[in-house]
Design a protein around this ligand. Structure first.
Ligand code: DX5
Ligand code: ZN
Length: 232
């Protein structure tokens, strides 16, 4: 993976047909997705359960590009190798998942993956100042993690802006996750995000049998984000 700050759309398969994940990954990639975002939830760190490393391993052959694995689990360290072996390109853990964040980030890189760090809406960016050499991506949660289809939390825009300033020229992606659609995409792009996770806004109206709405949705989100950048 080479680093650049172009807008990347990462559909979250949380909004896909759970009985057809492999085909759904192929469908969104075929319709222009840049990355595929895979949400892992444990019913402990977040009040919902999805799936684990075996599902990621099963999905790997169905994803040609970047598999972006978002771990909403605590504790997390003991599972990092399993997700790396399953084929994750990026493993994003939560700053709130445990007391030894630096160790966690090191473990992700040691396992051969890019290290992402996600922040819940109530978490500030101050602690990141000491971790900038250890992260490849910071994920700003713009909803409280656990469920798709929630409303975008506007107060996170100032956080994205401050994070963008803190990162400067470092090769660190800013990912935004939750409530991203063609209306909120320009706001996050203008604030400094380059990776836009979108679940419901990508999968709405389409299916494996008729995936063309996925493409329409992805293009609409991308155009809105890119338009906001050129306007500034
Ligand atoms: C929320 C997940 C998100 C979610 C986004 O806990 O991390 O990736 O699926 O879904 P939408 O785009 O529907 O808010
Ligand atoms: Zn996510």
């Amino acid at each position: 993976m080479t680093f650049d700050r172009s807008i990347k759309i990462a559909p979250s398969i949380l909004a896909a047909d759970f009985a057809a994940f492999g085909a759904e990954c192929e469908a969104v990639e075929g319709q222009g997705a840049d990355w595929v975002h895979v949400d892992v939830m444990d019913g402990h760190f977040v009040p919902n359960i999805t799936f684990g490393p075996q599902m990621c391993r099963a999905l790997r052959p169905h994803i040609r590009g970047t598999m972006d694995v978002h771990l909403m689990i605590a504790p997390v360290d003991a599972y990092i190798d399993a997700f790396a072996t399953a084929g994750a390109d990026i493993i994003t853990t939560h700053l709130e998942a445990g007391p030894h964040v630096h160790r966690t980030l090191q473990a992700v890189r040691a396992a051969g993956c890019k290290a992402g760090l996600a922040l819940n809406p109530g978490t500030g960016i101050d602690a990141l100042g000491h971790l900038l050499d250890d992260v490849d991506l910071v994920c700003v949660m713009t909803v409280n993690p656990g469920f798709g289809g929630q409303r975008f939390i506007q107060s996170q825009l100032a956080k994205i802006q401050a994070l963008r300033a803190m990162i400067g020229d470092r090769p660190i992606h800013i990912e935004v996750d939750g409530g991203v659609d063609a209306v909120t995409a320009p706001l996050v792009a203008r604030a400094g995000a380059d990776v836009l996770v979108a679940g419901s806004a990508v999968f709405k109206g389409g299916s494996v049998a008729d995936p063309t709405p996925y493409g329409t949705n992805i293009r609409a989100i991308r155009a809105a984000a890119e338009g906001a950048r050129t306007a500034t």
